[in-house]
Design a protein around this ligand. Structure first.
Ligand code: FAD
Length: 466
Protein backbone atom coordinates (compact mmCIF):
# COMPACT_ATOMS: atom_id res chain seq x y z
CA UNK A 1 0.00 0.00 0.00
CA UNK A 2 1.76 3.13 -1.23
CA UNK A 3 1.13 6.58 0.28
CA UNK A 4 1.63 9.86 -1.59
CA UNK A 5 2.16 13.13 0.23
CA UNK A 6 1.94 16.22 -1.97
CA UNK A 7 4.06 18.94 -0.33
CA UNK A 8 3.35 22.56 -1.21
CA UNK A 9 4.01 25.36 1.28
CA UNK A 10 4.89 23.01 4.14
CA UNK A 11 8.61 22.26 3.74
CA UNK A 12 9.28 20.77 7.18
CA UNK A 13 9.17 17.51 9.11
CA UNK A 14 7.99 18.71 12.52
CA UNK A 15 4.48 19.80 13.44
CA UNK A 16 3.26 18.58 10.09
CA UNK A 17 -0.16 16.90 10.40
CA UNK A 18 -0.23 15.72 6.77
CA UNK A 19 3.23 14.12 6.98
CA UNK A 20 2.48 12.57 10.36
CA UNK A 21 -0.74 11.07 8.98
CA UNK A 22 1.05 9.80 5.86
CA UNK A 23 3.76 8.07 7.92
CA UNK A 24 1.64 6.72 10.74
CA UNK A 25 -0.89 5.09 8.45
CA UNK A 26 1.78 3.70 6.12
CA UNK A 27 2.09 -0.05 5.49
CA UNK A 28 4.35 0.37 2.49
CA UNK A 29 6.34 3.06 0.75
CA UNK A 30 5.68 6.78 1.24
CA UNK A 31 6.55 9.15 -1.62
CA UNK A 32 6.68 12.94 -1.33
CA UNK A 33 5.97 15.11 -4.38
CA UNK A 34 6.61 18.85 -4.88
CA UNK A 35 5.44 20.65 -8.02
CA UNK A 36 6.62 23.98 -9.43
CA UNK A 37 3.07 24.91 -10.37
CA UNK A 38 1.66 27.04 -13.13
CA UNK A 39 -1.74 28.76 -12.72
CA UNK A 40 -4.62 28.48 -15.20
CA UNK A 41 -7.34 31.05 -15.92
CA UNK A 42 -10.59 29.66 -17.35
CA UNK A 43 -13.00 31.24 -19.83
CA UNK A 44 -14.99 32.82 -16.96
CA UNK A 45 -11.79 34.46 -15.72
CA UNK A 46 -11.56 32.18 -12.68
CA UNK A 47 -8.03 31.35 -11.64
CA UNK A 48 -7.08 27.79 -10.69
CA UNK A 49 -4.00 27.22 -8.58
CA UNK A 50 -1.70 29.29 -6.36
CA UNK A 51 -0.16 32.57 -7.49
CA UNK A 52 3.06 31.69 -9.37
CA UNK A 53 6.09 32.21 -7.11
CA UNK A 54 8.10 35.43 -7.48
CA UNK A 55 11.85 35.32 -8.24
CA UNK A 56 13.14 35.69 -4.67
CA UNK A 57 10.70 33.15 -3.28
CA UNK A 58 11.62 30.71 -6.02
CA UNK A 59 15.26 31.00 -4.90
CA UNK A 60 14.17 30.28 -1.34
CA UNK A 61 12.08 27.22 -2.28
CA UNK A 62 14.95 25.82 -4.36
CA UNK A 63 17.34 26.02 -1.43
CA UNK A 64 14.79 24.82 1.10
CA UNK A 65 13.86 21.80 -1.01
CA UNK A 66 17.58 20.99 -1.37
CA UNK A 67 17.76 20.83 2.42
CA UNK A 68 14.54 18.88 2.82
CA UNK A 69 15.23 16.07 0.31
CA UNK A 70 18.03 14.30 2.26
CA UNK A 71 16.14 14.68 5.54
CA UNK A 72 13.08 13.01 4.04
CA UNK A 73 15.37 10.35 2.52
CA UNK A 74 16.64 9.58 6.04
CA UNK A 75 13.03 8.77 6.94
CA UNK A 76 12.82 6.46 3.92
CA UNK A 77 10.73 8.94 1.89
CA UNK A 78 11.93 9.91 -1.61
CA UNK A 79 11.13 13.54 -2.51
CA UNK A 80 10.35 13.84 -6.22
CA UNK A 81 9.76 16.94 -8.35
CA UNK A 82 7.68 18.04 -11.31
CA UNK A 83 6.88 21.28 -13.12
CA UNK A 84 3.67 22.48 -14.79
CA UNK A 85 -0.07 22.02 -14.38
CA UNK A 86 -0.61 20.36 -10.99
CA UNK A 87 -3.88 18.66 -11.94
CA UNK A 88 -2.37 16.72 -14.85
CA UNK A 89 0.86 15.95 -12.97
CA UNK A 90 -0.95 14.57 -9.91
CA UNK A 91 -3.24 12.58 -12.22
CA UNK A 92 -0.26 10.93 -13.92
CA UNK A 93 1.64 10.31 -10.70
CA UNK A 94 -1.40 8.68 -9.10
CA UNK A 95 -2.08 6.56 -12.20
CA UNK A 96 1.47 5.15 -12.15
CA UNK A 97 2.17 5.01 -8.40
CA UNK A 98 -1.32 3.80 -7.51
CA UNK A 99 -1.24 5.07 -3.93
CA UNK A 100 -3.88 3.90 -1.48
CA UNK A 101 -3.66 7.21 0.38
CA UNK A 102 -2.94 10.78 -0.73
CA UNK A 103 -2.28 13.49 1.86
CA UNK A 104 -1.67 17.23 1.64
CA UNK A 105 -1.75 20.38 3.77
CA UNK A 106 -4.66 22.66 2.93
CA UNK A 107 -4.25 25.91 1.02
CA UNK A 108 -6.64 28.77 1.52
CA UNK A 109 -6.57 31.20 -1.43
CA UNK A 110 -9.80 30.72 -3.46
CA UNK A 111 -7.91 29.90 -6.68
CA UNK A 112 -5.80 27.24 -4.92
CA UNK A 113 -8.87 25.83 -3.10
CA UNK A 114 -10.65 25.49 -6.45
CA UNK A 115 -7.77 23.50 -7.90
CA UNK A 116 -7.35 21.29 -4.84
CA UNK A 117 -11.09 20.57 -4.64
CA UNK A 118 -11.15 19.55 -8.32
CA UNK A 119 -8.13 17.25 -7.86
CA UNK A 120 -9.65 15.72 -4.74
CA UNK A 121 -12.90 15.05 -6.57
CA UNK A 122 -11.07 13.46 -9.49
CA UNK A 123 -8.92 11.23 -7.28
CA UNK A 124 -11.56 10.05 -4.88
CA UNK A 125 -12.52 6.96 -6.90
CA UNK A 126 -8.84 5.87 -7.01
CA UNK A 127 -7.39 6.79 -3.61
CA UNK A 128 -8.30 7.82 -0.11
CA UNK A 129 -7.51 11.56 -0.19
CA UNK A 130 -7.00 13.56 3.01
CA UNK A 131 -6.36 17.28 3.41
CA UNK A 132 -4.95 18.54 6.71
CA UNK A 133 -4.49 21.82 8.57
CA UNK A 134 -0.95 23.05 9.25
CA UNK A 135 -0.40 26.48 7.68
CA UNK A 136 -2.71 28.54 9.90
CA UNK A 137 -3.66 28.67 13.56
CA UNK A 138 -7.37 28.41 12.71
CA UNK A 139 -9.32 27.20 9.70
CA UNK A 140 -10.85 30.35 8.13
CA UNK A 141 -14.35 28.88 7.84
CA UNK A 142 -14.45 28.22 11.59
CA UNK A 143 -13.76 31.87 12.46
CA UNK A 144 -17.17 33.55 12.57
CA UNK A 145 -18.44 36.72 14.16
CA UNK A 146 -21.48 36.57 16.50
CA UNK A 147 -23.69 37.28 13.49
CA UNK A 148 -22.17 34.34 11.58
CA UNK A 149 -20.22 36.29 8.94
CA UNK A 150 -16.46 36.27 8.48
CA UNK A 151 -14.34 38.92 10.17
CA UNK A 152 -13.59 42.25 8.42
CA UNK A 153 -11.97 43.97 11.39
CA UNK A 154 -8.67 42.89 12.89
CA UNK A 155 -9.06 43.46 16.64
CA UNK A 156 -12.09 41.22 17.31
CA UNK A 157 -10.55 38.62 14.98
CA UNK A 158 -7.29 38.66 16.92
CA UNK A 159 -9.15 38.17 20.22
CA UNK A 160 -10.99 35.20 18.77
CA UNK A 161 -7.73 33.59 17.57
CA UNK A 162 -5.97 34.31 20.85
CA UNK A 163 -8.72 32.43 22.71
CA UNK A 164 -8.20 29.23 20.73
CA UNK A 165 -6.49 26.36 22.59
CA UNK A 166 -3.05 25.36 21.28
CA UNK A 167 -2.83 21.56 21.04
CA UNK A 168 0.61 19.93 21.64
CA UNK A 169 3.03 20.26 18.71
CA UNK A 170 3.69 17.17 16.61
CA UNK A 171 7.21 15.65 16.62
CA UNK A 172 9.04 14.61 13.44
CA UNK A 173 7.60 11.30 12.24
CA UNK A 174 9.65 8.07 12.64
CA UNK A 175 11.18 6.36 9.55
CA UNK A 176 8.84 4.35 7.33
CA UNK A 177 9.40 0.67 6.58
CA UNK A 178 9.75 0.12 2.85
CA UNK A 179 11.69 2.91 1.22
CA UNK A 180 12.38 1.06 -2.05
CA UNK A 181 8.86 -0.21 -2.75
CA UNK A 182 7.99 2.63 -5.13
CA UNK A 183 11.28 2.64 -7.09
CA UNK A 184 9.92 1.06 -10.28
CA UNK A 185 6.92 3.41 -10.53
CA UNK A 186 9.15 6.44 -9.94
CA UNK A 187 11.60 5.27 -12.62
CA UNK A 188 8.70 5.01 -15.09
CA UNK A 189 7.51 8.53 -14.20
CA UNK A 190 11.03 9.84 -14.79
CA UNK A 191 11.34 8.07 -18.13
CA UNK A 192 7.97 9.53 -19.16
CA UNK A 193 9.23 13.02 -18.33
CA UNK A 194 6.63 13.59 -15.58
CA UNK A 195 9.26 13.81 -12.86
CA UNK A 196 12.31 16.04 -13.12
CA UNK A 197 15.35 16.91 -11.07
CA UNK A 198 15.08 19.86 -8.70
CA UNK A 199 17.72 21.66 -10.80
CA UNK A 200 15.50 21.41 -13.90
CA UNK A 201 12.41 23.04 -12.33
CA UNK A 202 13.52 26.52 -13.36
CA UNK A 203 13.28 27.92 -9.85
CA UNK A 204 16.50 29.88 -10.34
CA UNK A 205 15.63 31.20 -13.81
CA UNK A 206 14.86 34.88 -14.41
CA UNK A 207 16.18 36.21 -11.08
CA UNK A 208 19.04 38.72 -11.26
CA UNK A 209 22.20 36.75 -11.99
CA UNK A 210 24.03 37.77 -8.82
CA UNK A 211 21.08 37.05 -6.50
CA UNK A 212 21.93 33.41 -5.99
CA UNK A 213 25.11 34.36 -4.07
CA UNK A 214 23.86 37.59 -2.52
CA UNK A 215 20.75 36.11 -0.96
CA UNK A 216 22.81 33.21 0.34
CA UNK A 217 24.97 35.69 2.28
CA UNK A 218 21.92 36.79 4.25
CA UNK A 219 19.81 33.67 4.57
CA UNK A 220 20.11 29.96 5.15
CA UNK A 221 16.88 28.36 3.94
CA UNK A 222 15.76 25.05 5.44
CA UNK A 223 13.89 23.76 8.45
CA UNK A 224 16.95 23.25 10.66
CA UNK A 225 18.10 26.86 10.28
CA UNK A 226 14.50 27.97 10.80
CA UNK A 227 14.32 26.09 14.07
CA UNK A 228 17.59 27.61 15.23
CA UNK A 229 16.09 31.03 14.59
CA UNK A 230 13.04 30.13 16.64
CA UNK A 231 15.14 28.56 19.41
CA UNK A 232 16.93 31.94 19.66
CA UNK A 233 13.62 33.58 20.61
CA UNK A 234 15.17 35.02 23.77
CA UNK A 235 17.60 36.99 21.60
CA UNK A 236 14.99 38.79 19.47
CA UNK A 237 11.77 38.88 21.48
CA UNK A 238 12.83 40.81 24.62
CA UNK A 239 12.19 44.50 23.94
CA UNK A 240 10.13 43.77 20.80
CA UNK A 241 7.25 46.04 21.83
CA UNK A 242 9.59 49.07 21.89
CA UNK A 243 12.19 48.09 19.27
CA UNK A 244 10.05 46.56 16.54
CA UNK A 245 9.76 49.87 14.69
CA UNK A 246 13.50 50.57 14.62
CA UNK A 247 14.78 49.33 11.26
CA UNK A 248 18.41 50.08 12.14
CA UNK A 249 18.48 47.40 14.85
CA UNK A 250 19.34 44.06 13.28
CA UNK A 251 17.47 41.97 15.86
CA UNK A 252 14.44 44.21 16.42
CA UNK A 253 12.14 41.61 14.80
CA UNK A 254 12.22 37.83 14.33
CA UNK A 255 12.80 37.64 10.54
CA UNK A 256 10.91 34.37 10.40
CA UNK A 257 8.56 35.60 7.64
CA UNK A 258 10.18 33.57 4.81
CA UNK A 259 10.12 30.50 7.09
CA UNK A 260 6.38 30.86 7.57
CA UNK A 261 5.93 31.58 3.86
CA UNK A 262 7.21 28.20 2.72
CA UNK A 263 6.25 26.35 5.87
CA UNK A 264 9.69 25.59 7.29
CA UNK A 265 7.96 26.59 10.52
CA UNK A 266 4.31 26.25 11.39
CA UNK A 267 2.57 29.25 12.98
CA UNK A 268 1.79 26.95 15.94
CA UNK A 269 5.51 26.41 16.52
CA UNK A 270 6.06 30.17 16.31
CA UNK A 271 3.28 30.90 18.78
CA UNK A 272 4.47 28.21 21.20
CA UNK A 273 8.05 29.57 21.08
CA UNK A 274 6.88 33.11 21.86
CA UNK A 275 4.64 32.00 24.71
CA UNK A 276 7.41 29.94 26.32
CA UNK A 277 10.06 32.66 26.02
CA UNK A 278 11.46 34.64 28.94
CA UNK A 279 10.48 37.96 27.30
CA UNK A 280 8.17 40.38 29.11
CA UNK A 281 4.43 39.96 28.70
CA UNK A 282 4.14 43.16 26.64
CA UNK A 283 6.71 41.85 24.13
CA UNK A 284 4.96 38.49 23.78
CA UNK A 285 1.61 40.24 23.31
CA UNK A 286 3.00 42.67 20.72
CA UNK A 287 4.65 39.88 18.73
CA UNK A 288 1.76 37.42 18.79
CA UNK A 289 -0.43 40.28 17.59
CA UNK A 290 1.71 40.43 14.43
CA UNK A 291 1.33 36.68 13.99
CA UNK A 292 -2.42 37.20 14.24
CA UNK A 293 -2.14 39.81 11.46
CA UNK A 294 -0.79 37.06 9.23
CA UNK A 295 -3.74 34.93 10.22
CA UNK A 296 -6.14 37.81 9.51
CA UNK A 297 -4.66 38.37 6.04
CA UNK A 298 -5.22 34.72 5.19
CA UNK A 299 -8.73 34.90 6.60
CA UNK A 300 -9.46 37.84 4.26
CA UNK A 301 -7.86 36.13 1.28
CA UNK A 302 -9.86 32.96 1.83
CA UNK A 303 -13.06 34.93 1.49
CA UNK A 304 -12.01 37.15 -1.45
CA UNK A 305 -11.22 36.52 -5.09
CA UNK A 306 -8.18 38.08 -6.74
CA UNK A 307 -7.00 40.10 -3.81
CA UNK A 308 -3.67 40.62 -5.58
CA UNK A 309 -5.20 42.99 -8.15
CA UNK A 310 -8.74 43.90 -7.03
CA UNK A 311 -9.31 46.53 -4.33
CA UNK A 312 -11.42 45.35 -1.40
CA UNK A 313 -13.25 48.67 -1.45
CA UNK A 314 -14.79 48.67 -4.94
CA UNK A 315 -14.81 52.48 -5.32
CA UNK A 316 -11.01 52.34 -5.46
CA UNK A 317 -11.19 50.61 -8.84
CA UNK A 318 -11.75 54.16 -10.19
CA UNK A 319 -8.94 55.80 -8.21
CA UNK A 320 -7.25 58.41 -10.45
CA UNK A 321 -3.70 57.06 -10.33
CA UNK A 322 -1.14 58.67 -12.68
CA UNK A 323 1.01 55.78 -13.98
CA UNK A 324 4.52 57.05 -14.65
CA UNK A 325 7.38 54.71 -15.63
CA UNK A 326 10.06 57.17 -14.62
CA UNK A 327 8.74 57.38 -11.05
CA UNK A 328 8.25 53.62 -10.82
CA UNK A 329 11.83 52.97 -11.96
CA UNK A 330 13.26 55.52 -9.52
CA UNK A 331 11.32 53.89 -6.67
CA UNK A 332 12.33 50.35 -7.60
CA UNK A 333 15.99 51.27 -7.96
CA UNK A 334 16.24 53.26 -4.74
CA UNK A 335 16.71 56.60 -6.47
CA UNK A 336 13.84 58.75 -5.20
CA UNK A 337 16.09 61.09 -3.22
CA UNK A 338 14.18 60.16 -0.06
CA UNK A 339 16.69 58.48 2.22
CA UNK A 340 14.50 56.09 4.19
CA UNK A 341 12.67 54.82 1.11
CA UNK A 342 15.83 54.49 -1.00
CA UNK A 343 17.61 52.54 1.76
CA UNK A 344 14.58 50.28 2.07
CA UNK A 345 14.54 49.56 -1.64
CA UNK A 346 18.25 48.77 -1.48
CA UNK A 347 17.79 46.51 1.53
CA UNK A 348 15.11 44.71 -0.48
CA UNK A 349 17.29 44.37 -3.57
CA UNK A 350 20.31 43.16 -1.64
CA UNK A 351 18.63 40.84 0.86
CA UNK A 352 15.12 40.02 -0.41
CA UNK A 353 13.65 41.48 2.79
CA UNK A 354 12.69 44.91 4.12
CA UNK A 355 11.82 46.07 7.60
CA UNK A 356 8.05 46.44 8.18
CA UNK A 357 8.18 50.15 9.08
CA UNK A 358 10.10 50.89 5.88
CA UNK A 359 7.72 48.72 3.81
CA UNK A 360 4.88 50.93 5.04
CA UNK A 361 6.70 54.16 4.25
CA UNK A 362 7.87 52.94 0.81
CA UNK A 363 4.35 51.77 -0.09
CA UNK A 364 2.82 55.03 1.12
CA UNK A 365 5.23 57.10 -1.00
CA UNK A 366 4.46 54.92 -4.03
CA UNK A 367 0.68 54.94 -3.80
CA UNK A 368 0.07 58.40 -2.33
CA UNK A 369 2.87 60.88 -3.06
CA UNK A 370 3.69 59.29 -6.42
CA UNK A 371 0.09 58.28 -7.20
CA UNK A 372 1.19 54.96 -8.70
CA UNK A 373 -1.25 52.01 -8.74
CA UNK A 374 -0.73 49.87 -5.63
CA UNK A 375 -0.85 46.75 -7.82
CA UNK A 376 2.45 47.75 -9.49
CA UNK A 377 4.24 48.18 -6.18
CA UNK A 378 2.72 44.96 -4.88
CA UNK A 379 4.02 43.09 -7.93
CA UNK A 380 7.56 44.42 -7.40
CA UNK A 381 7.48 43.24 -3.77
CA UNK A 382 6.06 39.92 -4.98
CA UNK A 383 9.10 39.41 -7.21
CA UNK A 384 11.76 40.63 -4.80
CA UNK A 385 10.68 39.60 -1.28
CA UNK A 386 11.83 36.21 0.00
CA UNK A 387 8.72 36.25 2.18
CA UNK A 388 6.35 37.32 -0.66
CA UNK A 389 3.10 35.93 0.64
CA UNK A 390 -0.15 35.51 -1.26
CA UNK A 391 -2.16 37.01 1.61
CA UNK A 392 0.17 39.34 3.56
CA UNK A 393 1.51 41.18 0.54
CA UNK A 394 -1.72 42.30 -1.18
CA UNK A 395 -3.55 42.88 2.10
CA UNK A 396 -0.69 45.07 3.39
CA UNK A 397 -0.52 47.02 0.12
CA UNK A 398 -4.26 47.56 0.15
CA UNK A 399 -4.07 48.57 3.81
CA UNK A 400 -1.45 51.24 3.03
CA UNK A 401 -3.26 52.40 -0.13
CA UNK A 402 -6.46 52.85 1.88
CA UNK A 403 -8.55 50.43 -0.18
CA UNK A 404 -8.32 47.35 2.05
CA UNK A 405 -10.28 45.86 4.93
CA UNK A 406 -9.74 47.72 8.19
CA UNK A 407 -7.34 49.92 6.20
CA UNK A 408 -5.23 52.84 7.34
CA UNK A 409 -7.34 55.99 6.82
CA UNK A 410 -6.49 57.35 3.41
CA UNK A 411 -5.69 60.81 4.72
CA UNK A 412 -2.87 59.38 6.85
CA UNK A 413 0.00 59.94 4.39
CA UNK A 414 3.33 59.02 5.95
CA UNK A 415 5.88 61.81 5.85
CA UNK A 416 9.07 59.83 5.08
CA UNK A 417 11.37 62.52 6.45
CA UNK A 418 9.57 62.60 9.80
CA UNK A 419 9.47 58.80 9.83
CA UNK A 420 13.22 58.75 9.37
CA UNK A 421 13.81 61.23 12.20
CA UNK A 422 11.57 59.26 14.49
CA UNK A 423 12.54 55.66 13.70
CA UNK A 424 16.13 55.98 12.41
CA UNK A 425 17.34 58.93 14.48
CA UNK A 426 21.04 58.06 14.17
CA UNK A 427 20.74 57.15 10.47
CA UNK A 428 22.10 53.67 11.17
CA UNK A 429 19.60 52.08 8.77
CA UNK A 430 20.11 54.63 6.02
CA UNK A 431 23.91 54.38 6.26
CA UNK A 432 23.80 50.59 6.33
CA UNK A 433 21.78 50.13 3.15
CA UNK A 434 22.49 52.99 0.74
CA UNK A 435 25.35 51.86 -1.54
CA UNK A 436 28.37 54.15 -1.41
CA UNK A 437 28.76 56.42 -4.41
CA UNK A 438 25.21 55.78 -5.65
CA UNK A 439 23.98 58.60 -7.91
CA UNK A 440 20.70 59.75 -6.40
CA UNK A 441 18.67 62.92 -6.85
CA UNK A 442 19.80 65.57 -4.37
CA UNK A 443 16.23 66.62 -3.73
CA UNK A 444 13.19 64.29 -3.48
CA UNK A 445 11.80 63.22 -6.84
CA UNK A 446 8.37 64.41 -5.70
CA UNK A 447 7.54 67.46 -3.61
CA UNK A 448 6.23 65.84 -0.43
CA UNK A 449 3.84 68.62 0.63
CA UNK A 450 2.43 69.28 -2.83
CA UNK A 451 2.04 65.57 -3.67
CA UNK A 452 0.29 65.01 -0.36
CA UNK A 453 -2.29 67.66 -1.29
CA UNK A 454 -2.78 66.01 -4.70
CA UNK A 455 -3.28 62.60 -3.10
CA UNK A 456 -5.92 63.94 -0.76
CA UNK A 457 -7.70 65.64 -3.66
CA UNK A 458 -7.69 62.34 -5.59
CA UNK A 459 -9.17 60.60 -2.58
CA UNK A 460 -11.93 63.19 -2.33
CA UNK A 461 -12.76 62.46 -5.98
CA UNK A 462 -13.22 58.76 -5.19
CA UNK A 463 -15.24 59.53 -2.08
CA UNK A 464 -17.55 61.89 -3.91
CA UNK A 465 -18.14 59.33 -6.68
CA UNK A 466 -18.82 56.40 -4.36
P1 FAD B 1 7.98 40.07 13.03
O1 FAD B 1 7.77 41.48 13.43
O2 FAD B 1 8.94 39.27 13.83
O3 FAD B 1 6.54 39.38 13.05
C1 FAD B 1 6.36 37.96 13.15
C2 FAD B 1 5.51 37.44 12.02
O4 FAD B 1 4.22 38.04 12.04
C3 FAD B 1 6.06 37.76 10.64
O5 FAD B 1 7.04 36.83 10.25
C4 FAD B 1 4.81 37.68 9.78
O6 FAD B 1 4.47 36.36 9.45
C5 FAD B 1 3.74 38.24 10.71
N1 FAD B 1 3.56 39.67 10.47
C6 FAD B 1 4.27 40.69 10.98
N2 FAD B 1 3.77 41.88 10.57
C7 FAD B 1 2.73 41.58 9.75
C8 FAD B 1 1.81 42.36 9.01
N3 FAD B 1 1.84 43.70 9.03
N4 FAD B 1 0.87 41.73 8.27
C9 FAD B 1 0.80 40.38 8.24
N5 FAD B 1 1.65 39.59 8.94
C10 FAD B 1 2.60 40.18 9.68
N6 FAD B 1 4.70 40.01 5.27
C11 FAD B 1 4.94 38.82 4.68
O7 FAD B 1 5.11 37.81 5.38
N7 FAD B 1 4.94 38.70 3.32
C12 FAD B 1 4.75 39.77 2.50
O8 FAD B 1 4.74 39.61 1.27
C13 FAD B 1 4.54 41.05 3.09
N8 FAD B 1 4.39 42.16 2.33
C14 FAD B 1 4.19 43.39 2.93
C15 FAD B 1 4.01 44.52 2.14
C16 FAD B 1 3.81 45.77 2.72
C17 FAD B 1 3.58 46.99 1.85
C18 FAD B 1 3.81 45.89 4.13
C19 FAD B 1 3.59 47.21 4.78
C20 FAD B 1 3.97 44.77 4.93
C21 FAD B 1 4.17 43.49 4.35
N9 FAD B 1 4.35 42.33 5.14
C22 FAD B 1 4.54 41.13 4.53
C23 FAD B 1 4.19 42.38 6.61
C24 FAD B 1 5.50 42.60 7.41
O9 FAD B 1 6.22 43.66 6.88
C25 FAD B 1 6.37 41.35 7.46
O10 FAD B 1 5.61 40.22 7.82
C26 FAD B 1 7.51 41.50 8.46
O11 FAD B 1 8.29 42.63 8.15
C27 FAD B 1 8.35 40.25 8.46
O12 FAD B 1 9.45 40.39 9.32
P2 FAD B 1 9.56 39.53 10.65
O13 FAD B 1 9.39 38.10 10.34
O14 FAD B 1 10.84 39.94 11.29
O15 FAD B 1 8.32 40.07 11.47
Amino acid sequence: MTTLIWLRDDLRLADHPALTAACSGAHGPVVALWIHETRRTDEDNNRHGPRPLGAATRWWYHRSLQQLAPRLADLGIPLVFARGDAASIVRRVVATLQPTFVHWTRRYAPAACRLDAAIKEELKSRADVHSHPGSLLAEPWLMRTASGSHYQVFTPFSHAVADLPLAPLLPEPPPVDEPDGAATALATLREDGVLQNLEDLGLLDDGPAWWEDTLAQHWEPGELAAREQLDAVDNWLPGYAKRRDLPGEETSTSRISPRLRCGELSPRQALAAARSSTAAGEDITAWTRQLYWREFCWHLLHHREQLEDTPMRPAFAQFPYHPNDHLVRAWRHGRTGIDLVDSGMWQLWQTGWMHNRVRMVAASLFTKNMLQPWQDGEQWFWETLVDADEANNPVSWQWVAGCGADAAPYFRVFNPELQRTRFDPHSSYVKRWTPEGLARPVVPIVDLAESRREALAAYEQVRAAS
